[in-house]
Write a protein that binds this ligand. Structure first.
Ligand code: SF4
Length: 64
């Protein structure tokens, strides 16, 4: 699975960082960065919560 971000939708507010802090990060430039594009099994539950909780529906998971 890998994380796909629609940056046209993302508002960089950071709900995803709250849900999966080891996977997403807001930097000093106020943009959201994905730290782990292909999260391992132990981070997948956090990432799924982040995907579901994104208020802008900017996150998705794709199988590959
Ligand atoms: S929760 Fe969604 S809109 Fe907010 S920073 Fe993360 S990806 Fe962007």
């Amino acid at each position: 699975m890998h994380i796909v971000v629609d940056y046209d939708r993302c508002d960089s507010y950071g709900t995803c960082v709250d849900n999966a802090p080891g996977v997403f990060e807001i930097r000093d430039d106020d943009l959201m960065y994905v730290l782990v594009e292909r999260p391992p099994a132990e981070q997948l539950a956090q990432v799924e919560t982040a995907v579901r909780s994104c208020p802008k529906l900017a996150l998705s998971l794709r199988e590959e």
